[in-house]
Write a protein that binds this ligand. Structure first.
Ligand code: ADP
Ligand code: UDP
Length: 240
């Protein structure tokens, strides 16, 4: 399916219209950003590894009962997805404390949480993606109570499925962010991406960081680490 027109260009991906108005092409670029877009760099080959990594994870989730927007991989950097009406919110689950929760609550990096912790954030770079709760979402009309419950249920399910998948490859899923949207039939589908750009993955023995924290913290070997994770999971990433 050919790309017709670029509809949106985000910090890491672009969406293109296609001849079918229910389908979009999602292009994964090499652009990498952190701190709400304040740190930016193009990392050669990141778009290709993320596109194919995302497809592998989305397929695995679908096989395990989570419906997603992913239809098929088109080429190294592009995938076909269902066009959705996105919720302007991010769903995060943390199995260990890291990143913003440590700054917010003074927690030590890596603390194992008693229970997976669910958090909502508003998608708004200008405001620094603030933490919000169910009451904000309902009062501002971003989603209904039923939609909130469904997003939470699906995010917990993603956490169980992927925690199990990663641990088999000696990787700890520390935390992750996912986004959801509504399809033309009114169903909530997992959308956007699941890649090392949007989650934290640590080697289970050494606790080495293998995700976008390598970019945030200037640790180097960002794309190399994404490939190492893909290799461990048995993915066959094609590099053009
Ligand atoms: P950002 O918007 O944060 O800069 P990206 O560069 O990742 O992020 O851009 C991807 C955009 O596409 C996001 O705004 C995301 O909400 C949106 N999106 C993801 N999946 C879909 C979909 N299936 N239909 C419509 N929009 C989508
Ligand atoms: N995350 C993301 N996009 C965002 C904010 C967070 O993908 O705009 C991911 C991030 O990579 C991590 C998890 O969500 O895996 C929790 O992020 P956190 O709130 O700790 O924010 P950070 O300190 O990473 O900015």
């Amino acid at each position: 399916m050919d790309k017709i027109k670029e509809l949106t260009k985000g910090k890491a991906k672009s969406l293109f219209s296609t001849a079918d108005n229910e389908k979009l092409v999602m292009h994964f670029s090499d652009d990498t950003s952190a701190f709400d877009g304040k740190k930016k760099e193009a990392l050669l080959g990141k778009g290709a590894v993320n596109n194919q990594f995302n497809a592998f994870i989305m397929d695995h989730l679908a096989e395990n009962g989570v419906e997603t927007h992913h239809i098929e991989v088109l080429n190294s950097n592009d995938s076909l997805v269902w066009s959705l009406k996105m919720f302007p919110i991010e769903c995060v689950i943390r199995n260990r404390a890291s990143g913003s929760i440590c700054r917010r609550l003074g927690t030590e990096d890596g603390l194992i949480l008693e229970n997976p912790l669910f958090e909502f954030f508003l998608k708004d770079d200008d405001l620094g993606d603030p933490l919000i709760n169910d009451e904000h979402i309902i009062s501002f009309g971003w989603a209904t109570k039923e939609q909130i419950d469904e997003m939470k249920k699906l995010t917990y399910k993603v956490n169980s499925i992927l925690t199990e998948l990663f641990i088999k490859s000696n990787l700890i899923l520390v935390d992750f962010k996912v986004e959801f949207g509504v399809c033309s039939q009114g169903k909530i589908l997992l959308a956007d991406e699941f890649t090392p750009d949007g989650c934290r993955l640590w080697d289970s023995e050494t606790l080495k960081k293998m995700d976008k924290d390598r970019f945030r913290q200037g640790l180097g070997d960002v794309v190399e680490s994404y490939h190492q994770v893909a290799d461990r999971l048995g993915m066959n990433i094609i590099v053009d």
